[in-house]
Design a protein around this ligand. Sequence first.
Ligand code: RB5
Length: 152
Amino acid sequence: MKIALGADHGGYELKRHLHGILEKWGHQVLNMGVDGPEAADYPDYARKVAQAVVGRQAERGVIICGSGVGASVAANKMPGIRAGLCHDTFSARQGVEDDDVNVLCMGARVIGSELAVEILKVWLNAEFSGLKRHVRRRDKVIAMEKEFSSRR
Ligand code: RB5
């Protein structure tokens, strides 16, 4: 799978670790930065990852910041993005199966690298169920996005 991967300074070390793991698993990684400890604004990297997913350069995106909160807030501003902040494997799996999440956000200051790898694995192996009730709910979210972005 093609995966866009980004982080701010709070998440770049975990991003580097996950980059290696993803390649070991056979995925193609688009590295959207940041790659060092210098202060970086999470919206800039959330935007890059989200744009890669919306523009179909990547099938899914992963964004790491300190808490994962800023990354998910920013990514969810982008039409077409359904970003989920997941610090447990249940949410990671269900977020894809039920909610069709296409961007995974995690906080490097919240969870350890081994749990992050487990979450990433579960999330990548999950697929949207396509069940009628989940399609209906997802489509209501998409309708909200369309309705409110056209009112600006
Ligand atoms: C940066 O210090 C920190 O605020 C950021 O990584 C993230 O946690 C925001 O949600």
